[in-house]
Design a protein around this ligand. Structure first.
Ligand code: ADP
Ligand code: ZN
Length: 288
């Protein structure tokens, strides 16, 4: 069966076709500009493909409540033009196929659960640390939606005493995203994050924020594995720092077999940056 997949991001829209095994046949991307222009290009890409369904893993916040009048909308984004935009309705009307819909990070987690490093698990968390920070949650075998969906990137964190940067989230100042996203690193030090690769103090501080957020996640969601993706996590030296700090901050309170091997508990994304688009393929398959 041929499926369409759309990974809708704030800077680019990745469009692909593929099959039920997560095999990507064709892939392209278009820049995210205003909705009219962007959606026309996406529709143009898919309209002559004989897809059975489309899966959309979308930047948010989004409305995932099936019985809501605004189901399938991007809701309160500050991204110009996209606030209250009916992305699912627009695609359904134009393409005439079922559309599966979830957050970008739930999509990435679904990719990892179906084909990657979280295969077979019932409870897992995927976090992306990039331009923003977001988290997808699988709980009891289901992607967690609840009243809307998790927004792990905005959990409140206390700034570290040595940190001179107050945090940059327009809503919370010092939340996980405000303190630890790529742009937060860049504003704190006045340099691109990748240019700071050789400065150990940068990654020491970054790993403290990430480890505190992971501890909060472990204590609230009890995942069997945590997957870390996104541009900032290309700094591989973060992994050992995060693992040892998570152990330190938990301080022996949680006794679980999973935590005995931190190298398999906190892991990098495993699908070579295709976890999102592969997850969107799975969303399409689930929509049929
Ligand atoms: P997005 O979040 O926009 O989808 P990314 O996950 O690539 O895209 O995240 C982009 C952010 O990650 C930028 O702030 C960038 O500076 C940072 N970043 C990208 N590559 C690296 C790297 N190799 N090392 C550190 N930070 C990086
Ligand atoms: Zn915030």
């Amino acid at each position: 069966m041929l499926y369409g997949a759309l990974e809708a991001g704030g800077t680019k829209m990745v469009c692909a076709t593929g099959d039920e095994n997560g095999h990507i046949i064709k892939q392209t991307h278009v820049p995210t500009t205003m909705p009219d222009e962007t959606m026309a290009k996406i529709i143009d890409y898919f309209k002559d493909e004989k897809i059975e369904a489309l899966g959309v893993a979308c930047f948010g916040p989004v409305d995932l409540k099936k019985d809501s009048p605004t189901y399938g909308y991007i809701t309160s984004t500050p991204k110009p033009g996209w606030s209250d935009f009916d992305i699912v309705g627009c695609l359904k009307d134009a393409l005439g196929v079922p559309v599966g819909f979830d957050t970008d990070v739930n999509g990435s987690l679904l990719g990892e659960v179906t084909w990657g490093c979280a295969k077979g698990l019932s409870d897992a968390v995927y976090i992306t640390i990039g331009t923003g920070i977001g988290g997808g949650v699988l709980s009891g075998g289901n992607l967690l939606h609840g009243m809307m969906h998790a927004e792990l990137g905005h959990m409140l964190l206390t700034p570290e005493p040595e940190d001179t940067y107050p945090g940059g989230c327009p809503f919370h100042t010092a939340c996980f995203e405000g303190l630890a996203s790529g742009p937060a690193i860049e504003r704190r030090y006045g340099k691109k994050a990748y240019e700071l690769a050789d400065d150990p103090a940068v990654w020491e501080l970054e790993s403290k924020y990430i480890a505190k957020a992971l501890v909060n996640i472990i204590l609230t969601l009890s995942p069997q594995r945590i997957i870390l993706g996104g541009g900032v996590m290309h700094q591989k030296q973060l992994f050992p720092l995060i693992r040892s700090k998570v152990t330190e901050y938990l301080n022996g309170y949680i006794r679980a077999a999973e935590l005995e091997d931190m190298d398999t508990y906190i892991v990098p994304a495993s699908l070579g940056d295709d976890q999102g688009i592969m997850g969107a393929l799975k969303l399409a398959a689930l929509a049929v």
